[in-house]
Ligand binder design. Structure first.
Ligand code: NAD
Ligand code: DAU
Length: 339
């Protein structure tokens, strides 16, 4: 079959493409990506010469371009990863988040219903559920937890999810939605907590921890997320939402200290900075549904996954050093300069 994978030059999308080339080499993958600051064509170098792979530079909001691509490729499945994905950037400038995350999703689904009711999968996030209190470890996000967002990013993702469900009910579009917790692994853009701390540690730069570092995230190795999406696309029930998470809750400060230890640096690098506005306290996924229905379970333990990830950043310095030497420096100064 032919899959259109949007956002495949970013973190999770590229890992998904690598996973799919190995797991289903007979499938054709067409990667559609605008190559924003977060998209990196060099990431896709290992698959560029694969005859079953094609890269197309395109904005998911470009209706004419998207429709022409559907006409040409006649896809069987669309997996939509393309998004503006960083909470801090959404707080600075929400507009592009509404554009890409909501209108872009609608454009992709309009193409799906125009060209034969194409199977559509939306890659969403646990952030649509808002947050959980720190003192109630018994609470988890289930698929029934009400949508209750905090940031412009999570609100734009929630808006997209509602549209996806509306296209199913109104047009009978065959959709599924996955809502995953925080991913980590190779090719993670160094504006996010784990790769930022690794890069700063290696450069002996201060490690900016928001607030007191007590916020909790539920970390999942990226390949486990990719496997979950593959399963949902092939075996998931149409119209359903699946939560994806690894029961691996950690406080930010503990992650930072672990990275410092693994890299043999000193905790004096830690710098507590002004908290993120509207900062979500805790995310924690209940993955019972995807486990019971599709047999999915996370395979990589955090202690192994974080070691593999740190080693990847040590072995692939050229990839992230090129990123942090460019426009990223202006971003960093703006976000952290007076914090
Ligand atoms: P990312 O920022 O690393 O990559 C996003 C990709 O989308 C980039 O390649 C970028 O060029 C592309 N893109 C952005 N706007 C586009 C547009 N208008 N048209 C076409 N391409 C565009 O993001 P990520 O961390 O890989 O996240 C991928 C998806 O997974 C997002 O939808 C995000 O909401 C979701 N998600 C992420 C996480 C996480 O921990 N990173 C967890 C759960 C869900
Ligand atoms: O839960 C899924 C979400 O996880 C995805 O939908 C988002 O696309 C993804 O970016 C991620 O969002 P977070 O806001 O949780 O990730 P981030 O890496 O930005 O931050 C993780 C935690 O670390 C958060 O509590 C804020 C904190 N933090 C982050 C940065 C960048 C710091 O303390 N210092 C930092 O410099």
């Amino acid at each position: 079959m032919t899959l259109i994978v949007t956002g495949g030059a970013g973190f999770i999308g590229s890992n998904f493409i690598f996973y799919m080339r190995k797991a289903h080499p007979e499938d054709r993958i067409v990667c559609l990506d605008k190559l924003t600051y977060a998209g990196n064509l060099s990431t896709l170098a290992p698959v560029m010469d694969d005859p079953n792979f094609r890269f197309v530079k395109l904005d998911i909001c470009d209706r004419a371009g998207v429709f022409a691509l559907f006409e040409e490729e006649k896809p069987d499945v669309v997996v939509n990863f393309a998004a503006e994905s960083h909470v801090d950037r959404s707080i600075e400038d929400p507009g592009i988040f509404l554009q890409t995350n909501i209108l872009g999703t609608a454009t992709m689904m309009d193409a799906c219903r125009t060209f034969g009711n194409v199977r559509y999968h939306q890659v969403s996030t646990d952030e649509v559920y808002g947050d959980l209190p720190l003192d109630r470890p018994d609470l988890f996000f289930t698929e029934e937890t009400p949508i209750h967002t905090s940031s412009p990013y999570s609100s734009s993702k929630a808006g997209a999810d509602l549209l996806v469900q509306a296209y199913h009910r109104t047009y009978d579009l065959p959709i599924t939605i996955s809502r995953c917790s925080n991913n980590y692994g190779p090719y993670h853009f160094p504006e996010k907590l784990i790769p930022l701390m690794i890069a700063n540690c290696l450069n002996n730069k201060p490690l900016p921890v928001y607030g007191e570092g007590l916020n909790v995230r539920d970390w999942l190795y990226v390949e486990d997320h990719c496997k979950a999406i593959d399963l949902i696309v092939r075996k998931g029930r149409i119209g359903e939402v699946y939560n994806v998470g690894g029961h691996n809750e950690m406080r930010n400060i503990d992650i930072v200290k672990l990275i410092i230890k693994e890299l043999g640096k000193d905790e004096s690098l830690i710098t507590y900075v002004t908290d993120r506005k509207g900062h979500d306290l805790r995310y924690a996924i209940d993955p019972t549904k995807i486990h019971n229905e599709l047999g999915w379970l996370p395979e990589t333990k955090f202690q192994d996954g974080i070691k593999k990830t740190i080693q990847w950043y040590l072995d692939n310095k050229a990839w992230w050093e090129e990123i942090i030497s460019g426009e990223y420096q202006n971003y960093y100064e703006k976000m952290y300069g007076n914090r």
